[in-house]
Design a binder for this molecule. Sequence first.
Ligand SMILES: Nc1nc2c(c(=O)[nH]1)N[C@H]1C(S)=C(S)[C@@H](COP(=O)(O)O)O[C@H]1N2
Ligand SMILES: [Mo]
Length: 201
Amino acid sequence: MPHVSRGFAGRAAPRSAHQLPPGQHDAGDYFPVLTAGGVPRLGTEGWDFTVQGQVDEVQRWTWEEFRELPRESITVDIHCVTSWSKFDTRWEGVSIDTLLDGVDTAAEYVVAFSDGGYTTNLPLEDLTDGRAWIVDTYNGEPLSPEHGGPARLLVPHLYFWKSAKWIRGLSLNLVDEPGFWENFGYHNYGDPWQQQRYAGD
Ligand SMILES: Nc1nc2c(c(=O)[nH]1)N[C@H]1C(S)=C(S)[C@@H](COP(=O)(O)O)O[C@H]1N2
Ligand SMILES: [Mo]
């Protein structure tokens, strides 16, 4: 495939470097908004982030404390179960590894919880080793309320419903507890490459 540079051809470079999981299409420049219920617009005042559950001590950061943590820039492809994917999305935020640094836990499961009551469950190991972040910046701008601002979870290797918007914390659990969509029949794990869309897939 020839490489066409942006600017010279007058159109976007071909997406040949990227791979679409089965059953997905490229949303291109669109960034759809998918929200069950309303958009909480709480801002950063009173926002905090909590790590709770099977931990020796509950960990909590105010917005200001969170913003002082070591930050990373992340460029990743994302895949929504409704079949759109988006290549090279650019985020900034704090790695879950950073937030769990020094946390001693026997937990193997996590429930991410959000303002507005949304929850989603994941194995703890899917959030560690540089595979998940709490992001507050998209394309160099503060994350908009529609897309989960002030901060959302980003777990790009799983379907995007696992990337909880308006996140407020993680509960580290010994037992796996299904979250909002998982309770409605969506797959418990949600690997886009295995097309794990619904329970039983
Ligand atoms: N709190 C919360 N987080 C959520 C959702 C939601 O409804 N509420 N929807 C999920 C779904 S199904 C998808 S595909 C992505 C959509 O993120 P976007 O609206 O930024 O595209 O957010 C996920 N996180
Ligand atoms: Mo979704």
